[in-house]
Ligand binder design. Structure first.
Ligand code: HGY
Ligand code: MN
Ligand code: MN
Length: 420
C-alpha cells in the first residue's frame, strides 16, 4: 500500500512553516500556553483537521483533539500527537512536528476512505514545555487524569494565574481537574531527537527506549543591597556572587557522573544597578537522569551543597520544587512494533536510543502503553531557532508512523490499557 508519503511530508513541512508564524514575540518563535499565539495555532490546527474531514475540538485544558473512527464507531483508539507550545525563541519542529504528523497519518487513511479496526485520536497538547507557568506537561497530565489542582493557582511572569488564563482562553478551569481521556489503547509520539546521536550515525529515524526523569527548582538567594564602592568585600552579603557559586556547584555535580545533566536556564537579579551590591538573585535549576535514584541522589547532594554555600556567605537560600517527572521506560511491545515499522519502511536496522529531553509520552505512559519515534535534527540543535530537519527525514518518520498505525491492533494492545 503505497501512500504518497512524499506529498504528505511536503504539506506537513509547509504547515510547520505556516504554524511558525503564530508567536507571542516579534521576530522569533515563542508560543506560550493559553496565549494569543497558542489560540491562533490551535485554530489553524482545527482548520486543517476540518479540511481532512475531522471534527476537532479544544478540551478543558486547551488541547486540540480530533478523532478518526475505525470500521466500528467507538472502537478503542490509537492516540498520536505531541505539543504545539514552544520555549522562548524556539525552533519550529519541537512538538509541532508530532502534532502535524498525527494529522498527516489520518490524511493518508482518509484520502482512500480507509478504516482500521481501531480509531485514531490525534492531539495537539497546549502545554508541554512549562515556560509560562512553573508546572509543565500540563496538557498530557490533564488528559491522563494527573493534573494537580494546585497548578491552577500558579502565576505567570505578569501575575496571571493559570485559572484566569484558562478562563480567558475559553476553557472551564474546574473541568480541567476532571478531564480524563478514555478508551485509548496506546499513545505514540513522533518528535525530533533534539540531540546529536542519529546524525552522528547518519540515521534518519530512531525508536525511543526510555525518557529521562526530571526535577526542576526555583532558587531564591537573599543578601543585602549596598554601595558598590563603600562596602569592603569581607562585609558584603552579595546575593549574585553567592548564586554564581551555587550555579557552578550545580554544574560540577552534574559533571561528576555520566548521564546526569543539570541546567540553570533563567537568572533574575535585584535591584540590577551597576553600582549596587545585588540584594536578591533568583535562578532555575533543571536536573535530569535516566534513573530516578541517580537524579534523586544528585538533588539531595545539591540541596546540602547549596545550603552550605549560603551559610558560608551569610545569605538566605530558598529552594522551591516546581516540577518532578519520573523517568519513563517506553512500553516494550510498542518499542518492538515501532522498531519493526522503521525496519520495514526505512529498510535499515532501527536505532534504539534514550531521550534526554522530556516529552508528553512520559505522562501518557502512566495512562496507557506509550512509545516514541525520533527524527534526526540538524547538528542535534533544538530549543533554538536554528533547529531544522530535512524533508527526506520528515518523510522517513511519517512513513514509519503510518506503517505502525496500520499494523497496530488495539485488541492485541499491550496490557495496562486505560480504562474507559
Ligand atoms: O524540557 C524538555 O525536556 C522538553 O523540551 N520540554
Ligand atoms: Mn518537545
Ligand atoms: Mn521542548
Amino acid at each position: 500500500m503505497n501512500d504518497d508519503v512524499a506529498a504528505l511530508a511536503r504539506r506537513m513541512m509547509q504547515r510547520l512553516d505556516e504554524l511558525a508564524r503564530f508567536s507571542d514575540e516579534e521576530g522569533k518563535l515563542t508560543r506560550l500556553y493559553l496565549s494569543k499565539a497558542h489560540a491562533e495555532a490551535a485554530r489553524q490546527f482545527i482548520v486543517w483537521c476540518n479540511e481532512a474531514g475531522l471534527d476537532a475540538k479544544i478540551d478543558a485544558a486547551g488541547n486540540v483533539f480530533a478523532r478518526y473512527e475505525g470500521k466500528e464507531p467507538g472502537a478503542p483508539a490509537l492516540m498520536l500527537g505531541s505539543h504545539i507550545d514552544t520555549v522562548r525563541d524556539a525552533g519550529r519542529y519541537d512538538g509541532n512536528l508530532g502534532a502535524l504528523a498525527a494529522l498527516a497519518v489520518v490524511e493518508a487513511l482518509a484520502s482512500r476512505g480507509e478504516r482500521l479496526d481501531h480509531a485514531i485520536e490525534i492531539v495537539a497538547f497546549g502545554d508541554e514545555e512549562g515556560v509560562r507557568f512553573p508546572t509543565t506537561l500540563t496538557g498530557s497530565r490533564a488528559y491522563a487524569g494527573l493534573f494537580a489542582r494546585s497548578a491552577l493557582g500558579q502565576k505567570d511572569a505578569d501575575g496571571v494565574t493559570m485559572r484566569e488564563a484558562l478562563a480567558a482562553f475559553g476553557c472551564d478551569p474546574e473541568a480541567v481537574t476532571a478531564l480524563r481521556g478514555r478508551n485509548i489503547a496506546a499513545f505514540v509520539e513522533l518528535h525530533i531527537e533534539q540531540g546529536p546521536v542519529l546524525e552522528s550515525e547518519d540515521v534518519a529515524v530512531g525508536v525511543v527506549t526510555a525518557i529521562n526523569g526530571a526535577s526542576r527548582f526555583h532558587a531564591t538567594v537573599k543578601g543585602e543591597a549596598g554601595h558598590a564602592g563603600a562596602v569592603p568585600m569581607a562585609l558584603r552579603r552579595d546575593a549574585l556572587a553567592a548564586a554564581a557559586e551555587m550555579m557552578l556547584l550545580v554544574e560540577q555535580r552534574a559533571l561528576s557522573e555520566d548521564d546526569l545533566v543539570a541546567t540553570v536556564g533563567r537568572v533574575e537579579i535585584e535591584p540590577g544597578a551597576v553600582n549596587v551590591i545585588p540584594s536578591e538573585a533568583r535562578f532555575t535549576i533543571d536536573i535530569r537522569a535516566p534513573r530516578d535514584e541517580q537524579r534523586q541522589r544528585a538533588v539531595a547532594d545539591l540541596s546540602k551543597r547549596l545550603a552550605a554555600a549560603a551559610a558560608a556567605r551569610k545569605v538566605e537560600l530558598q529552594m522551591t520544587q516546581t516540577h518532578e517527572a519520573r523517568a519513563y521506560t517506553c512500553h516494550p511491545a510498542i518499542v518492538a512494533a515501532l522498531k519493526a515499522s522503521v525496519e520495514r519502511t526505512y529498510r535499515a536496522p532501527a536505532r534504539l536510543l534514550p531521550s534526554g529531553a522530556g516529552h508528553d509520552t512520559m505522562i501518557m505512559g502512566q495512562f496507557c502503553p506509550a512509545g516514541m519515534l525520533f527524527v534526526r535534527c540538524n547538528r542535534g540543535i533544538s530549543h533554538n531557532p536554528a533547529e531544522s530537519i530535512t524533508l527526506e527525514d520528515a518523510e522517513a518518520g511519517l512513513a514509519a508512523l503510518i506503517d505502525f498505525t496500520r499494523r497496530f491492533s488495539a485488541q492485541a494492545a499491550p496490557s495496562g490499557r486505560a480504562t474507559s
